[in-house]
Design a protein around this ligand. Structure first.
Ligand SMILES: C[C@H](O)[C@H](O)[C@@H](O)C(=O)CO
Ligand SMILES: [Mn+2]
Length: 421
């Protein structure tokens, strides 16, 4: 441990202790929190099945920074690099298109064996895995509808794909001894104003009911459903809206996934956690950063990220909230994108742990809003950085921006040598 890091930490600890905050305990707790890092930042959501297919489903990745992973082995190497620069042990969130197989397999026929290399790798790295059916970037999704498609044959294909995906997720959970969350998101919707808003929602509900018929051991596997307000090409109407999935999740005991970019521009997911927590057994987060639209920018330590951290810590929601990331930026180094977004998410949780919550709650309850505002503001300049540096050093990852040199070196040694990437 570098002496200055230890010295600064001890000084910071004393300042926080004056407000009843036990920093050592906070760091112990922080080390138990897993962030589910999404694999799709590493290759711009292309995957390895149907690599020639255009990304569809109303999501878009912009930028042409060199070095995107082209194979599962490259993607795993990039993930390993990123994890070596992030404190703690975490999870990787896979999509069905990331199957690692030489078989030519249709998506409704996917099985755990197509992901065995991922499982072996996750075991060797001490990582957990989460999963998602991929209901886009496929010919059968080209009309903009999947689970709610009016054609029963197309619906059947996607229902079977989602069923297969749950089996894969359950296998991950059982093999790795930690719960896998399988999240269903479908892009279904209309570009222009529909006449019948009900029928597609009825079909989506029926499809979900069929997908979830098989009971899976919740110790290994949990289901989540993800809503959206609009997408590219589904500006007028999205079948799986927030109200739809909130109703579905609550009445069917599914995790409701809140993606930070899937609401109206001034609507924030941090304000939804305390409400949903009263009516659900758990929540899945897709931590993202919408800029004017669902742009999926890399998350920064902004007010909303800090508020998400605060809500999770203040209301003790960590036991039931699964924290996933969902951003994809192809205009910067992709390993750096993971490192920046994941470190920021952990920082937001730590910042929230280092606030005098009990004092603030008491002031609020007593109507002393002056103290509430004064203390909240003063704590913004408390020595959080000294605690963060100590945490990184203690967990054996680079302190502050030291990680950037490692990413630059990896870029020179590995990423730039990838032809056509
Ligand atoms: C690739 C993901 O499944 C996707 O981003 C989804 O979660 C989403 O947020 C779509 O807008
Ligand atoms: Mn999402």
């Amino acid at each position: 441990m570098q002496p200055n890091i230890e010295r600064n930490y001890e000084a910071a600890k004393q300042q926080y202790a004056r407000h009843g905050i036990d920093v050592d305990k906070a760091l112990e707790k922080l080390a138990t929190i897993k962030i589910s890092m999404h694999c799709w930042q590493g290759d711009d959501v292309r995957g390895f099945l149907n690599r020639d297919q255009e990304l569809s489903g109303g999501i878009a990745v912009t930028g042409n920074y060199p070095g995107a992973a082209r194979t599962p082995a490259e993607l795993r190497a990039d993930l390993e690099k990123a994890f070596s620069l992030i404190p703690g042990k975490h999870k990787v969130n896979l999509h069905a298109i990331y199957a690692d197989t030489d078989e030519k397999v249709e998506w409704d026929q996917l099985a755990p064996r197509h992901f065995q290399t991922w499982v072996d790798w996750a075991k060797s790295q001490g990582l957990g895995l989460d999963f998602n059916p991929t209901c886009f970037s496929h010919d059968k999704a080209s009309e903009g509808f999947t689970l709610s498609h009016p054609n029963p044959e197309i619906r059947r294909f996607w229902i079977d794909h989602c069923k297969a995906s749950r089996k894969i997720g359950a296998y991950f959970g059982e093999q790795l001894g930690q719960t896998c969350v399988t999240n269903v998101w479908v892009p279904d919707g209309y570009k222009d104003i529909p006449v019948d808003r009900m029928a597609p929602r009825q079909r989506l509900k029926d499809s979900l009911d069929e997908i979830f018929v098989e009971e899976l051991n919740p110790a290994h596997h949990l289901d989540a459903v993800e809503s959206k307000v609009f997408g590219l090409g589904s500006e007028a109407y999205v079948v799986g809206s927030h109200e739809f999935y909130m109703g579905y999740g609550i009445s069917n005991n599914k995790l409701i996934c809140l993606d930070a970019g899937h609401f109206h521009p001034t609507e924030v997911i941090s304000n939804k956690l305390s409400a949903l927590a009263l009516f659900t057994d758990g929540i899945l987060l897709h931590v993202s950063r919408p800029m004017r639209w669902d742009s999926d920018h890399v998350v920064i330590l902004d007010d909303e990220l800090l508020d998400i951290g605060r809500e999770l810590i203040r209301h003790d929601l960590l036991g039931t909230t699964h924290i996933g990331l969902d951003f994809f930026d192809a205009s910067i180094n992709r390993v750096a994108a993971w490192v920046i977004g994941t470190r920021n998410t952990i920082k937001a949780l730590l910042r929230a742990m280092l606030e005098p919550v009990e004092t603030l709650k008491k002031a609020e309850l007593e109507g002393d809003y002056t103290t509430r505002l004064a203390l909240s503001e003063e704590f913004k300049s408390y020595p959080f950085g000294a605690v963060w540096d100590y945490y990184c050093e203690k967990l054996g990852v680079p302190v502050r921006e030291e990680w950037l040199a490692e990413v630059k070196k990896y870029e020179q040694d590995v990423l730039l040598k990838r032809s056509g990437a």
